[in-house]
Ligand binder design. Structure first.
Ligand SMILES: C[C@H](c1ccccc1)n1cc(-c2ncnc(N)c2C#N)cn1
Length: 298
């Protein structure tokens, strides 16, 4: 199977192209969210993709949207091509299994990050200031240590090519109002908590995750984008977890090791060898099977 690196739907208006996913206008009320097979590491998108990655992560998002529907509503309308408008179905060959028809929301311009463990930019800030998103944490935490409780640590939505900036939850209150900010942070923590417990019981630690939220036409807070995938979250293998050091990525360690061993400059996109692609795809399949109990459709 060839990797889909870029969706091409000329009859639909492309409104956003992220590192690994594309977003199209369908009509006044709906959008099409497309997961490509692009893969990025160290913030660089590789020249070739992982055939099937987009389909697996789309199916994983759908699984989480359904499992978490009792926590809060999502923007998902359908992932079934037969239920999509003809304007989308005309691209069935390239999109089947890797796209979501979603409700158009008024997106809240906050990266709603929830951390269950202290790592990444959170660990860097903690080492410097003893805080994460300007929230004071207990002294003496180790790298990758589990936090006493999942923490809402928002960030700004940086421009393309820039890095998101961690902000204090009070900053979010100033941006969107106290009531909505408190609803949003509680929703993010509730979604993460349920998903992290579910995944942990199946051998995967979801160390942290990034949610996107929006308001629907009735002003109801709704979870958007993809959710709880290895692209929006840090997935660690639970059986190898130990605080006090960095953790291998469940899905990207083969890729990272290859890049480090080959002297990757963390700037220039490169072609990945077949074995790295094969091994990385196997990890995405493994994560999907562990969490859902089913084989993904490729
Ligand atoms: C950041 C993200 C993005 C996705 C795909 C590619 C590049 C960026 N994005 C999501 C929306 C969006 N807007 C209105 N309603 C929605 N339901 C969604 C969603 N999801 C706009 N941008």
């Amino acid at each position: 199977m060839a990797a889909l690196l870029e969706s091409d739907c000329p009859a639909l208006e492309l409104i956003a192209r992220g590192k690994v996913r594309d977003l199209y206008n369908v009509d006044a009320d709906t959008l099409l969210f497309v997961a490509t097979d692009r893969v990025s590491a160290f913030d660089v998108v590789m020249k070739n993709g992982i055939p099937g990655k987009g389909k697996i992560l789309t199916q994983l998002s759908v699984f989480w949207f359904r499992l978490l529907a009792d926590v809060m509503p999502s923007h998902l309308i359908t992932s079934n091509m037969d239920e999509m408008p003809a304007s989308v179905q005309q691209y069935r060959d390239q999109l089947e299994g890797r796209c979501l028809l979603v409700r158009r929301l008024k997106v809240i311009q906050v990266e709603a990050i929830v951390r269950g463990y202290i790592t990444g930019s959170g660990w860097a800030e903690y080492k410097q200031k003893g805080t994460v998103s300007d929230i004071s944490l207990p002294a003496g935490l180790q790298e990758c240590e589990q936090l006493a409780a999942p923490l809402f640590t928002p960030s700004t939505k940086a421009e393309i090519g820039e890095h998101d900036e961690n902000i204090h939850p009070d900053q979010v209150k100033k941006m969107i109002g106290t009531e909505l900010a408190e609803k949003l942070s509680q929703a993010a923590v509730n979604l993460y908590t349920k998903a992290a417990e579910y995944a942990r019981a199946r051998g995967i630690i979801i160390a942290d995750t990034k949610f996107e939220f929006g308001l629907d036409e009735h002003g109801v807070l709704t979870v958007a984008d993809e959710v709880l995938t290895p692209d929006s979250s840090r997935f660690w293998p639970a059986d190898q977890y130990a605080p006090g050091r960095g953790q291998d990525s469940f899905d990207k360690q083969f890729l990272r090791n290859y890049l480090v061993d080959s002297g990757f400059d963390k700037k220039t996109s490169i072609e990945l060898p077949d074995d790295v692609i094969r091994d990385t795809l196997a990890k995405y399949v493994d994560a999907y099977v562990r969490i859902t109990g089913e084989q993904p459709t490729l």
